[in-house]
Ligand binder design. Sequence first.
Ligand code: NAD
Length: 527
Amino acid sequence: MTAPGLAHPSATTTLSRSGYAPLVPGTPVAVVGSGTMGQGIAQVALLAGHPVRVHDAAPGRAEEAVEAITARLGRLVDKGRLAAADRDAARDRLETVDDLAGLAGCGLVIEAVLERLDVKQALFRALEEVVDADCLLATNTSSLSVTGIGGALRVPGRLVGLHFFNPAPVLPLVEVVSGVATHESAATCAYDTALAWGKTPVRCADTPGFIVNRIARPFYAEAFRLYEEQAADPATIDAVLKESGGFKMGPFELTDLIGQDVNEAVTRSVWEAFFHDPKFTPSPAQRRLVAAGRLGRKSGHGWYDHGPDAAPPEPHTAEPCAAPGTVGVHGRPDGPLGTVVDLLKEAGVALTEDRTPGVSTPFIGLPGGARLTLTQGAAATEELDGPHIRLDLALDYRTCTRVALAPGADVADEDVRAAIGLFQRLGKKVSVVADTPGMIVARTVAMLIDFALDAEARGVADRADIDTAMKRGVNYPRGPLEWCDEVGVRWVWQTLSSLHDAYPSGRYGPSVPLAHRATLAYKQGLS
Ligand SMILES: NC(=O)c1ccc[n+]([C@@H]2O[C@H](COP(=O)([O-])OP(=O)(O)OC[C@H]3O[C@@H](n4cnc5c(N)ncnc54)[C@H](O)[C@@H]3O)[C@@H](O)[C@H]2O)c1
């Protein structure tokens, strides 16, 4: 993505040089604000070979940061990941600066101070008086507008967002954010510098939440909502998203780790920045936790109990059931349900194949007459052609260790046990959850895909950077746009359209780019 340059630079708004090159290792880098993020960023710059100057407004804080960074470098030496000589050299390059004037001569200043527009604007205004004209200025803001912060500068084109993730020395992703005025060469320089520092940079536009904090919202929101709808308890939802969906952590355990207050603050800030768009609505259940001070691991309680005697969360897992001797395959299952049919064949389950024309939704027929169908957004009970059991989406049915099933209210117990037994025969654990539209993985993934398509269409970032950001920034097993290709855009559209019918608040309404792609796929006869 290319940010607009300065069309008519005046004497006071001209960049001092037409193009920034990546910083060479000897160039001094300044980090202003030496809290959690500042310390991490300073460590990254230091280990990339730069002299680093740390400044903090709170007396003694910069010195504490230097001590903390030194201790961390020591631990890297202990683990054999850094040579003692390199630690000593890095330590010699690190210094504190009491006054902003001490930052003169730096090639890059990265700001990681309090998340307040007035504070950041005042800082950059002061910095502009101190640093050379060719010094690149960067903000690590996660929720403020880079354009807004840069509005305070005489040369707004020199300010770029350089959004590291916490912990900065560990997490590879860096979002390079171009404000409206950010000069292309400033963004390129920031990108190349992050790359040279061993990070995975992505380019994005200055929009609420940038890439990750925007597209990841449904991962948390849908899980909390499913809990509010009593689809399942947190441990089961987490287990299904991990063991079936392939996510490294479930939303409940992850937000307990991040802190419910921190996670809710990001959700609220994006929701407010989008003027309360229902797609971003925060969760009343999470609000209750925050109000009660149940913030997660740091307070001993969150969704889960983290006390010393706390038992590990236990998901609901079905007891062993017998698999039916024979099941019917109706229609022509392809895609995810097709994989399930292949696996049943491989496991030696006898299948009778019914190719009668006119079966629009393929299904596996169970002995008592219920149909096992892949969820497409509508609840099983809503189906008019008989009893249905919904199968939730999995990242890959071959490798997943758990599947979720949701029987409609009219399904006989015999068929619920038969469906459980079928998947147990394939070596999977089974979680039976309430008959909730879209269930767990499918609802979450369909929303993530729609958010990603919408962000791409609005120019937030390009396809490759969106997928990279979600895989490297929040560890998703697959980029949402790759996931769309895998499951088929029409399935995504169908799932969200059905969810929109079930909950017509606007939260699930398919985005325009999703609707367009689904229509094109339909016209081309694609899935
Ligand atoms: N914590 C995260 O997970 C995270 C992740 C990405 C980005 N961010 C962003 O990074 C920035 C810093 O966050 P943090 O978590 O490190 O905060 P923090 O509270 O740990 O540290 C902020 C530091 O800035 C100092 N400070 C405040 N005003 C200052 C000023 N005018 N000049 C110099 N120093 C000043 C404070 O004394 C403090 O030491 C924020 O913009 C935040 O949104 C945070």
